[in-house]
Ligand binder design. Structure first.
Ligand SMILES: Nc1ncnc2c1ncn2[C@@H]1O[C@H](COP(=O)(O)OP(=O)(O)OP(=O)(O)O)[C@@H](O)[C@H]1O
Length: 250
């Protein structure tokens, strides 16, 4: 049994009178893919925002590797090894795939100074690392393509590549297959498995496509109206009557 890398304790976020996340106690085991599912407005994105420091909770705690990260800013949380892929917004459309990944690597390598005295060797290391990440994410043959020209599936891979730049321990993916054509879903599923199986990352993923969840997740937490309604293996979740009710009605 793996250790717990991320956990929340009675995590709550209210927006005025609306409780978007209510007393959530989430436990994510190291080296697993943990899916968060639930109907629209269930609180999944708000939960992600609380975990990654984009929002401060109204009450409750977030622990990453037993360190209290509650209310800490995103750059600090990211520096500890918990990174989120920001949909599309993290991509510069008018730069190539390689330039996008290179900028992400450069931003993470704090010791790299971009001066005019030592540019060449540092530049080579950063480019080398960017090529390595492009290769891992299946973008090796597309490094010179402008990000704006990528297919939706490859854009998602580029988001994951950018998130990988700092060599995080845990990657939070918000709907990595959203807007992706059917043929492009399988390569993304393979990439998520590769992150876990080969790169030993922990992945927390918000995902609407239940077949993707069944294929990739070790554990599933189902949210409804701000709370966790059920947790278990994908098989347990699809067989759960309560879960069936919120998805299919009575
Ligand atoms: N900044 C905000 N201000 C006010 N209400 C908000 C804010 N962000 C989210 N909400 C509300 O909180 C609730 C949970 O929203 P959230 O986006 O977390 O749900 P979700 O499960 O991610 O939904 P979806 O699957 O549609 O993305 C919703 O009722 C939403 O309208």
């Amino acid at each position: 049994m793996s250790g717990i890398i991320l956990r929340t304790e009675n995590l709550t976020k209210s927006f005025g009178g609306l409780v978007a996340v209510s007393n959530v106690n989430l436990k994510v085991a190291q080296g697993t893919v943990h899916a968060i599912i639930g109907p629209n407005g269930a609180g999944k994105t708000t939960l992600f925002n609380l975990i990654t420091g984009v929002l401060k909770p109204t009450s409750g705690k977030v622990y990453f590797e037993d360190r209290d990260i509650t209310g800490k800013p995103p750059h600090y949380i990211s520096s500890l090894g918990l990174t989120r892929s920001f949909q599309i917004y993290s991509i510069f459309p008018n730069l190539t795939v390689l330039e996008n990944i290179r900028l992400a690597v450069q931003a993470k390598w704090k010791n790299v100074r971009w001066d005019f005295i030592h540019p060449t060797s540092h530049y080579k290391d950063v480019v080398w690392e960017a090529m390595r990440i492009a290769s891992i994410t299946g973008l090796y043959g597309k490094t010179n393509i402008l990000a704006s020209s990528l297919t939706p599936g490859d854009k998602r891979k580029l988001e994951i590549a950018i998130a990988l730049a700092g060599n995080p321990k845990l990657i939070a993916l918000d709907e990595p297959t959203a807007g992706v054509s059917l043929e492009e879903v399988a390569p993304i599923v393979r990439l998520i498995k590769k992150l876990r199986d080969e790169m030993k990352k922990t992945v927390v993923v918000i995902e609407h496509k239940i077949d993707v969840v069944l294929e990739v997740a070790d554990k599933v937490s189902v949210m409804n109206q701000g709370s966790i309604l059920a947790e278990g293996s994908p098989k347990e979740i699809v067989e759960n009557r309560e879960v069936q009710k919120i998805y299919l009605g009575e």
